[in-house]
Design a protein around this ligand. Structure first.
Ligand code: SAH
Ligand code: SF4
Ligand code: F3S
Length: 449
């Protein structure tokens, strides 16, 4: 750390998916050399960064109410003579509504999209010089990753690593193709470099991120297109990297070599997030998911044949335009047949500019609310059943962090549940065998085996 740089406080608030979590970490990494130190509260911060999500209406609206709160904090800070608070909006709302943010929220100094945040140091300096000049920048994933070679700070033995960005699928409900741009994969060498750096700092588990991570096709050292499976093998060879995960996958991009890797590569964790969104063929077609329910069942059979203990998670949308009681029943039936270890479910939110927003048959709110409740109750039931089944089993647990009580440590199971264990604090950062003894609400309880 350079002693001559006065410390400035940076508060960063992250909304949305894991990719935004990764981006926030990298924003901190590039601002650290400028003397920014992370503060867990916005109060008194010199720079507040909102890393936003545009996926559903509520997610986007939260940003505007947050900006209102920040504006008051800024005034108080200035009144105390503590200098200005710079307010920056990053992420997917910045990309989708940059101009509108500037118009609706004049308190914002700077707007920067998800492919341009490597320019933050320069953009902030320019904002300071011209007092309130507001700037925005556009897609350029290659330039971004080239500029992100700065050292990564790690916060524990598990880390996210973005390998692919963007989406060409254009599901009719989704903003991601518009906010993140076209599918683009990082070259293999750049990913391996970042992974080696993380391993050297004690990271044992990597979760590879991409909006369509299993469509990964980055170039290898010979200039040939790689696959996610090949990348997995290369990562597993790195000393210290013991566990690999990846998210989010599209069913149509589940290549045979990736399925085989679930059988052959011990580092691959037996857990897969494989969203299907709906169990109705009619709705799947209207969503432009490009596969039907039977194809999803067949795919799961093939994956389970390769790795019988693999646990599944998914995403579901209820109340998509045109969804009838029968369509919804098909979704419940799909969930019953597949059996999920966990799942996320959402009420359909019409997003401006997406084809579904203008479709006929928009489902009334109360109907969608009731369906969401029914679906969530079924998922909770399955989630609990899955956890109950683990009781009595001995699992490899990667200990992440201390628990609330002295000596306690919290770790994660191969199937991604958190497990807390007494007298295990000395094992943080390591993988150890744990016997699962109880299911307690959101986690499992275990004892060292
Ligand atoms: N690329 C991933 C998902 C990215 S968005 C995939 O294809 O599965 C994460 C989840 O948000 C989606 O899986 C979907 O369930 C949900 N989602 C996206 N747009 C939505 C909308 N307009 N309304 C409600 N949920 C939405
Ligand atoms: Fe959105 Fe569909 Fe792309 Fe997933 S695959 S990011 S849901 S458009
Ligand atoms: Fe949200 Fe953007 Fe992720 S819209 S879900 S933060 S890709």
């Amino acid at each position: 750390m350079n002693d001559h740089v006065p410390l400035k406080k940076l508060h960063i608030k992250t909304y949305g998916c894991q990719m935004n979590v990764y981006d926030s970490e990298r924003m901190v990494d590039i601002l650290r050399p400028l003397g920014y130190e992370v503060s867990d509260k916005a109060e008194g911060a010199d720079l507040v960064l909102l890393n936003t999500c545009h996926i559903r209406e509520k997610a986007a609206e939260k940003v505007y109410s947050e900006i209102g709160r920040l504006r008051e904090m800024r005034e108080e800070k200035e009144a105390r003579g503590e200098g200005r608070m710079t307010i920056a909006v990053a992420g997917c709302v910045a990309q989708a509504e940059g101009k509108e943010i500037m118009h609706r929220a004049p308190a914002v100094d700077l707007v920067v999209g998800p492919q341009a945040y490597h320019q933050l140091p320069e953009l902030i300096a320019r904002t300071h010089r011209s007092k309130g000049e507001r700037l925005s920048a556009d897609f350029a994933p290659e330039a971004k990753f080239d500029a992100l070679t700065v050292d990564r700070e790690v916060s524990g033995p598990a880390a996210f690593l973005t390998v692919q960005e963007g989406c060409d699928k254009f599901c009719t409900f989704c903003v991601v193709p518009y906010t993140r741009g076209a599918e683009w994969s990082r070259p293999v060498a750049s990913i391996l470099d970042e992974a080696r750096g993380l391993a050297a700092k004690g990271v044992r588990e990597l979760t590879l991120l991409g909006q369509n991570v299993n469509a990964y096709n980055g170039l290898d050292a010979d200039g040939q297109e790689s696959t996610l499976a090949k990348l997995m093998y290369a990562l597993a060879d790195i000393e210290g990297i013991d566990r690999l995960r990846y998210t989010t996958s599209h069913p149509n991009d589940m290549g045979q070599d990736l399925i085989d890797a679930h059988r052959d590569l011990p580092a691959m964790m037996p857990y897969l997030h494989l969203p299907v969104q709906s169990g109705s063929d009619k709705i799947l077609r209207a969503m432009n998911r490009k596969h039907g329910r039977q194809a999803y069942f067949d795919l799961i059979d093939r994956i389970k044949a390769a790795r019988p203990d693999l646990a599944l998670s998914g995403d579901f949308i209820v109340g998509f335009p045109g969804e009838t009681d029968k369509d919804f029943e098909d979704t419940l039936d799909l969930i019953r047949r597949v059996g999920y270890a966990s799942a996320f479910s959402f009420k359909y939110s019409p997003r401006p500019g997406t084809p579904a927003a203008g479709m006929p048959g928009q489902v009334p709110d109360d109907v969608a609310d009731a369906r969401l409740q029914t679906l969530q109750a079924l998922i909770i039931e399955q989630q609990q059943a899955f956890k109950e089944k683990l009781i009595g089993q001995t699992l490899d647990i990667l200990f992440d962090k201390p628990g609330r009580l002295a000596g306690q440590a919290i770790g994660r199971s191969p199937y991604l549940q958190s497990v807390f264990v007494e007298d295990a604090a000395h094992l943080i950062g390591q993988i150890h065998k744990v016997k699962i003894i109880a299911n307690s609400n959101n986690s499992l309880k275990g004892e060292l085996a």
